[in-house]
Structure formats: C-alpha cells, structure tokens
Design a protein around this ligand. Structure first.
Ligand code: PXG
Length: 442
C-alpha cells in the first residue's frame, strides 16, 4: 500500500509533540504536507513562505535536487553501516570537507545526530581532555543565562532557559553561569553587534576567582544566542571571553548549531567574529535539516591528546549508533556542495543589508520595543500583554501563518531566519505581511 503523505489522520492523540501546546494544537492543527525552495504547502493547499528555514536548519531551502538525489542513491547503495570499529567512505569524506570549510585550527570531527548530542559530546570531550593531560581537577562547566544548548542533561545544565531546567531535578553539579548580554535600555534597535556589554565577559573572572581556575574545564556560549530570542554579542565581548579562557587554561566552546553554515554570511560565527574557540558544536544546517546529524569540530591539540597509549585501545568512550550514518553523511556532502556551488554563504552576506533595512522598517509599529539583526537573522521584540507573557507574540505567529508566513516566537520575541536562497521579493513579502500582522495585534 502506498504511503499517504498528504491526508491528515483523524486521530492525532498518539503523537506527543515536542515543545508544543499539544491540546491546543490538536484542536486546530497546522500541518505541512510539502515543501519546495522558499515555501511550504499546508494540508489545506496554501503556500506558506518559510521565514525560519524550518527550525533554523534548511539553509539551502527545501527539496534541493542534489540533496534529494544523494539520499535516494545512498539508500540503495548502503543504508546503514555499524558506527563502532567499522567505517564507510562517506563519513570520512564529509569529515574532510567539514575540516576544509572550517577555520584552520579545526582539524577533526566527531559525528552526532543533533545539536543536543553535539553539546553533550563537546562537554564530555572537554572533561576527558583535561583528564588526559593530567588536569582531572578541571570538572566545572560554565554556561550563560538565557543560553540554549539543547535538551540533554548536559545541555540544560549549562543552558539558561528557566523552563527547560526547572522541571528536571538537580541537573549536573558543578555548573555556573555567566550573565546574559541583553541590555535593552542601552542597546535597543541596534543594527548588528551592540556597543554596550563587553564588560559582561569579565564576570568570568569573578567565577574563576570564586571556584579557582584549576576546577574549571570549559565555558560554553552561543556566539549569537538564537533560541532565546536573538541576542548578539556586544562588541569586544567574545574577544574578552577568549582572552580570559586562554589566560586560565579553560576551553572555550562555541555552540554554532544555529550560527554554523552561513547564517551570519560566513561558514561559522568563529570566522565571522574572528574569535577562535577550542571546540565548535554544529547540527541543523549541516544536512540542511533533511536527515538528523550533528558534528563537533575540535583542534588537533584536543584530538591528539587522546591519541596516546596502546593502539588497540578505544581512545574516547563515547559515540552513537548513528554517528556518521551513511544517509546523513550523503545528505551532508550534498548540502555542503549545494552551499558551495550556489555561493550561499556569500549570498547571505550580500542580502544582509537589504534584510536589515526591511526589518528595521518595522520600528514604530504597535508594541515593537526592540529590533535586532545580523546576517540573515532578525528579531522583533514585542511589549508583552500585562500579566500574559508570550500571548501577544504567539498571536502574531498564528496570524502570520493564516496570512501565509512562517515565523518563530519565543517569549514575546519574533525570530526570523529564512533560507539563504531568499530573494528580495520574498524579503519584501515577508516584512509587508509581518507589518500587517503587527498592526492587527491587540
Ligand atoms: N544548541 C543550539 C545553539 C541550538 O540552537 C541546540 C543546541 C539543540 O539542537 P537539537 O538538534 O538537539 O534540537 C539548538 C537547537 C528555536 C529553536 O525556535 C531552536 C532550536 C531548536 C528548536 C527551535 O529557536 N535550537
């Protein structure tokens, strides 16, 4: 029997949906049944402009031929190969290509299946690396308020989204947090990196003084905090964080699950800001979101410290059944080729000024209290309805969807991150629709 891919089942009760108001959704479901380039098709046959690249992941747009063909071909050639003590060519090929596109220091790649797994992998590598070098006392991990590092126990421990933490017990011990960098009273309506807030990196010195540098393994931050509502690093902030980490022998991890693969107009935020961490976590755009995959990029200094001792012994007791999975690797290679052939990272950089102007034209519309942007990312922060936080932005989300536009909201912030293939006409349509939506809000 052919799979019916477009008819919505009558019974929606079995699927417990992630990060979704299940009961509300199931009363009035919003379903996509197809996608091509910049648009989704809904179950009731409407076209919806993708203002969010799915969930920040479909950077090359939807149903791109090269990626589709790679997956079809790979399913026929080699569907699965064991990930431990066996290999297959494409995982090595993808790792080589990632190394080649990453900034110079990043010479080795560990594959995962998601951003959450990349984060847990990076934290574990950081701990094990210090131990391998005889600094086993370095066990503390430092995250940041409002940080999002996925939903594993490591990720929510270093993360700083209250609702993602408060229900789940005591989390990892030995974790501390830097303050977030959101200073709306000083930086509202900034284009690009805000002027104020570099001093917030000095809080790391306070944390070091409190615990002792010799107890701290790593600091993890998103170079641009996406999920919490697009918080850009203040000018000089990342540089200062880097300098303090280096001075105290602490590893710096950039979580580039969102910023990797062209979102800011360059391969990685590390390159964009010209600040090199020791470890980079990725996922999402690595395979254009088509097949789940993540990757952790590390320097030779980190990798090589593990390559000691008898050669028959496993060097790192970590990995997943699907690390470097053939289908995902094929999708990843085809995705990176699509990015390169179409010059999509440069395209994002070229489109960014037009995007910025269009976004900031929303200033002055009802309830808009801040607008922030960088690369092909934008955020519009709305004044919350008194006593009912999140409601106004969610209402904007529903209205936009009705008008044929997909946006994301978090709290009372609207986040935008379109596929990098976006044309000026799409940008115009997107912001005209959003302006109508904002004017219609209570
Ligand atoms: N790190 C960062 C920086 C992320 O943004 C993850 C880790 C976790 O990735 P996985 O693949 O485990 O989900 C993320 C994910 C949103 C939104 O609307 C953001 C994410 C996921 C879903 C929605 O902002 N980021």
């Amino acid at each position: 029997m052919a799979l019916d891919r477009t008819t919505v089942p009558n019974d929606l009760s079995a699927f417990w949906m992630p990060f979704t108001a299940n009961r509300q959704f199931k009363k009035a479901p919003r379903m996509f049944v197809a996608a091509k380039d910049m648009h989704y098709t809904t179950a009731d046959g409407r076209q919806v402009l993708d203002g969010t690249a799915g969930l920040w992941c479909c950077n090359a747009g939807h149903a791109r031929p090269k990626i589709v063909e790679a997956i079809e071909g790979q399913a026929r050639q080699l569907d699965y190969a064991p990930a431990f003590q066996m290999g297959h060519p494409l995982a090595f090929e993808l790792a080589n290509r990632l190394r080649d596109m990453a900034p110079d220091p990043f010479q080795h790649v560990f594959f995962t299946n998601s951003g959450s797994e990349s984060v847990d992998t990076a934290l574990k590598i950081a701990l094990a690396w210090h131990r391998a070098r005889g600094e086993g006392s370095r066990t503390r991990l430092i995250g940041r308020e409002r940080g999002y590092h996925g939903v594993g126990f490591g990720g929510i421990s270093v993360g700083g989204i209250v609702n993602n933490r408060r229900y789940f017990g005591t989390l990892l011990t030995g974790v501390d947090h830097l303050p977030h960098t959101h200073l709306p009273e000083k930086n509202a309506f900034t284009r690009g990196q805000p002027e104020h807030g570099a001093h917030l990196a000095d809080e790391l010195e306070r944390i070091v003084a409190l615990h002792g540098a010799e107890t701290i393994a790593a600091v993890i931050v998103e170079p641009m905090a996406g999920s919490t509502g697009v918080l850009l690093p203040p000018k000089g902030y990342l540089e200062r964080l880097r300098e303090i980490c280096t001075r105290h022998g602490i590893l710096l991890i950039f979580d580039e699950v969102i910023t990797g693969f062209g979102r800011l107009g360059s391969s990685f935020a590390a390159e964009h800001f010209n600040v090199m961490p020791d470890i980079i976590t990725t996922a999402k755009g690595l395979t254009n979101g088509v097949i789940p995959m993540g990757a952790v990029l590390v320097t030779s200094e980190i990798h090589d410290a593990f390559m000691e001792g008898p050669e028959h012994l496993i060097e790192l007791f970590h990995g997943y059944t699907y690390s470097g999975n053939p289908m995902a690797a094929a999708a990843g290679i085809a995705t990176l080729e699509t990015y390169r052939e179409e010059g999509l990272f440069q395209r994002a950089a070229d489109m960014a000024p037009y995007w910025e102007d269009a976004l900031h034209s929303l200033k002055g519309l009802p309830h808009v209290i801040d607008i922030r942007n960088m690369g092909l990312i934008g955020a519009v922060e709305l004044e919350p309805i008194p006593g009912e936080p999140t409601k106004r932005a969610f209402s904007a989300f529903l209205k936009a969807y009705e008008k044929g536009l997909l946006i994301r909201t978090t709290g009372d912030i609207i986040a935008l991150s379109p596929p990098l293939i976006i044309e000026k006409e799409h940008v115009d349509t997107l912001f005209e629709t959003l302006a109508e939506v904002l004017k219609s809000l209570d």
